[in-house]
Every structure is written in structure tokens, then in C-alpha cells.
Design a protein around this ligand. Structure first.
Ligand SMILES: Nc1nc2c(ncn2[C@H]2C[C@H](O)[C@@H](COP(=O)(O)OP(=O)(O)OP(=O)(O)O)O2)c(=O)[nH]1
Length: 209
């Protein structure tokens, strides 16, 4: 059973590799704005789960051709802050405005997950779910925010912050699953894999002696 990560995210790949898995990567290239626009006033959980499902669906035929027996995992992360769902800031100015709202506040990082099982090249089972993690933001100075934005990192990540990289200096703490904030919830993926009949321990790399 081949594990496939339908994501270009280096963070998701690193997290899964660090947790003993060796996924093949097939990038979906899904137009997230188009998927979101096709939804009618979706609830936050529905939005990120729909986006994750669209990403997984987009790669199934390609995966089936290369790996007829596979399990595909796709994700989408967004930050819920002040009643608004936001993804990656498109410009440095927007990142700065986002941080002006986030500093000293708390938000919820939502990551939608979709898992698809292929047997003999056919989709046989699927499961989906969302993890919410509360994030308490620090109060970086203007100088610190300018320096952070100058690195380019905030523009590459949902919510304009990271937990495990430069953004970590400005996160006071989280309540809930930290892996979901980084981009993929290990405990939720374990649960969703079980729902499609796959035990995560059977996907672990053989332990080298
Ligand atoms: N290293 C790290 N990356 C984070 C963190 N929070 C969010 N990210 C990254 C993970 C994802 O690459 C990105 C979330 O954006 P998306 O869910 O749209 O995924 P992305 O467009 O990167 O790739 P994909 O659509 O899955 O091919 O932000 C964090 O705390 N640490």
C-alpha cells in the first residue's frame, strides 16, 4: 500500500517523514479560490475539508496509474481570526496588516484532511475531517514584524505564521494538536487511515538496526 501526499508543502512532507513515513508526493495544483467560490457560505470546517477533498480528488487518476494500491492524503490549512478565515497573505503589506490583528490575540488554525484508499486502481474508501488548534500569538514589535516579513516566510504559510520555523518566536502557545498547525494532524491522519482500513504503523519505514 503506497502512501501518497497530495501536497507541495515541505512542512507536511517533513512532518510525515519525521513521523516514520515515506510518502510519494503528487502535487494537486488545485485552484483553491475556485473551489471556495463554488461553495455557498461554507462553515470553516466545511471549507478546509472541501479544499482538502478537492486536492485529493485531483490526483487520484494519476496516483492510480502509478500506484494502483495506495492511500492518498490531502490537507488544507487556514487561520480563523476575528471571525474571518484567512490563508496565505498575498503581499507583504497584507502580512503586516494580518499581524497587526493577530498580535496579542488568539486564533484557531484549522486544517482540513481528506484520505482516499485505492485498491487495484479503484477508489474503495475515503474519510475526511478537520482539526482545530487554538494559537495564542505574541506581541512582536514593528521592527520584528518588518524583519519577519522581509524573510518571505509569512507569505508562504497559512495565517502568515509558523510554529516550527521563524514564526515560532512570535507564538506564545497552542491548545490542541501542534502537528495540525504545522500542516497535517498526525493523530487525525491515524484516525482517518483507520477509517479506510489502514493502520499507520504498517506504513512506518522499516526500522534500521
Ligand atoms: N513549517 C510550517 N508551515 C506551516 C505552518 N502553518 C502553515 N504552514 C504551511 C503549510 C502549508 O504549506 C501552508 C498552508 O497552505 P495550504 O494548506 O494551502 O497548502 P499549500 O498551498 O502549501 O500546499 P498544497 O495546497 O497542499 O499543495 O502553510 C507552520 O506552523 N509551520
Amino acid at each position: 500500500m503506497r502512501l501518497v501526499l497530495a501536497s507541495q508543502s515541505p512542512a507536511r512532507l517533513a512532518l510525515l517523514r519525521g513521523a516514520g513515513l515515506d510518502p510519494a508526493v503528487v502535487v494537486s495544483g488545485v485552484d483553491e479560490d475556485a473551489v471556495a467560490a463554488a461553495l455557498t457560505d461554507p462553515a470553516p470546517d466545511e471549507l478546509v475539508t472541501a479544499l482538502a477533498t478537492a486536492k485529493g480528488n485531483a490526483v487520484l487518476d494519476q496516483v492510480a496509474a502509478a500506484h494502483p494500491d495506495a492511500v492518498v492524503v490531502a490537507c488544507d490549512s487556514m487561520l480563523s481570526i476575528g471571525g474571518e478565515m484567512v490563508g496565505k497573505p498575498a503581499t507583504p503589506d497584507l502580512a503586516r496588516r494580518r499581524w497587526a490583528r493577530m498580535a496579542g490575540q488568539s486564533g484557531e488554525l484549522l486544517t482540513g484532511h481528506a484520505v482516499f484508499r485505492l485498491d487495484g486502481g479503484q477508489r474503495t474508501k475515503e474519510a475526511a475531517g478537520t482539526r482545530r488548534t487554538t494559537v495564542h500569538f505574541g506581541q512582536p514589535s514593528e521592527t520584528e514584524i518588518d524583519a519577519y516579513i522581509a524573510t518571505g516566510e509569512p507569505l508562504q504559510v497559512a495565517g502568515a505564521f509558523t510554529l516550527d520555523a521563524l514564526g515560532g518566536w512570535f507564538v506564545e502557545g497552542v491548545e490542541g494538536d501542534p502537528s495540525s498547525v504545522i500542516g497535517i494532524s498526525l493523530p487525525l491522519v491515524r484516525q482517518l487511515l483507520a477509517e479506510v482500513g489502514v493502520s499507520v504503523v504498517n506504513l512506518w519505514r522499516p526500522s534500521t538496526s
